[in-house]
Ligand binder design. Sequence first.
Ligand SMILES: *Cc1c(COP(=O)(O)O)cnc(C)c1O
Length: 491
Amino acid sequence: MEEVPVSDLAECGALETWLPKIGEKLDQFLSFKHGDAATRRTQWQEAFGTSVPDQGIGIQALVDEMTHILIPNGSVIAKPGFSSFITTGPTTAATLASLAASIASPQRIGITAFNHLEELSLEWMADLFQLPKNMKGLYSSGGSSANIVALGAARQWAFENIGIDPAEDGLVRRCTIYVSEAGHHTIHRAASTLGLGRSALRLIPTDDEGCMQLTDLNKQIKRDLDAGLLPIAVVANAGATSTGAIDPLKQIAEIAQEHAIWFHVDGAYGLPGILDPQVAPRYGGLEEADSVIVDPHKWLGAPVGIGATYVRDRALLQRAFTQGSSDYLEGSFTETDVHSHETVSNSMDAIGIPYNDFGLELSAPARGAVVWALLREIGKDGLRQRICRHIRMARNLADKVRQHPKLELLLQPTLSICCFRYLGHTNQDLDRLNQRIHRQLVHNGVNIPSTALIKGRFCIRPCFIGARTEAQQVDDLLQEVLSIGASIEEM
Ligand SMILES: *Cc1c(COP(=O)(O)O)cnc(C)c1O
């Protein structure tokens, strides 16, 4: 038999040696002088090869490949002028905390500082974003899973009210979920994943501002109740992904209450907007929510992989998502009771808060330390400044667009998204023209907004969200759109 070495080939320490090398290269990366990755793709594809290596190259050569081939061929998402997605490049504090957690607390459970920060940071966000007093949270990988968890709670609640445990027995009734046409498609996926089916969705029309129409909501609910369907939730946008529109939360909450339906607020992007005093009144009604989600990996600047769900009663989550106990897990602890901290003397005596029973994940990173770090660094004031800066940017852009004869504003911004388009000469196909302008923006690689369709009209849609995105970017984008537009018209 072949002899098996007693120790591992993988380097498992020496971070002090390797982190500075990676750090230096990442700082360089953030100056974005390396050009676009796709233009060099044959080079890096070849460099990576195709087959799994029999022998490793060791940590030194690996770090070399990371610094020379991998990092310089990364994404444009962290660029200051990137305003396409709502996810963005993480801040330094968030990056460092994420790294620290991966080494110092590979799991979120146990009586550790990391487990403690999981709960503390959730409480901080609940406080910052003015959630109902008794709401408790749970981290997950992002808005997609956060919506599934929230609607899983809604499903549990609705079925328990008719004497059925859907987690145990499955679904026995046709159900409905109410969300506006502008609702995020992760709601559609949540409906399918939870076994309700996408056809359970009732897509309520929106008004000229992109907000859910209340009369349509009311009518649809009554029609469905008459037909004997079981309503699971009414979902309101607190910041629609295309436009930033905030649904009338208060009125929607009243309608939901009138029919005893769960009220869910999708604030994946827009919940932090409540920190801007100019927009805060729009969040009236949030205090009535039964569940709320927010994505720290959007406006808060966490690395991608962090979303949060809040509900009033985590026991409901536990009934909806428990995997049942397993001897290797619960059996490894003396106590699984959260409140037994006084009696523990070792971090492995108790599991801490059993987040693994509240959602979809068993193994999960300690995300709370990341949210703690990014808030600890700049505080509520720093976060508010960022939110206000981005919202001002969208409004400032809207003002300038309104005053310019070659530009058209499609929607007055609510949050940090502004939808506008370039006006060519008469008889020009404006959808096509703006599509061409957008492709050119992307290829120039400086200001990189996305696009949206507003009532069927194609527009340019920047979403100002990144910590690196500064006020100057408004004029940069405007000038570039005007100059590309003019040059296309001359062709
Ligand atoms: C981004 C977003 C989601 C999905 O979140 P992911 O983190 O991308 O999974 C859901 N709802 C809204 C309103 C969003 O903006």
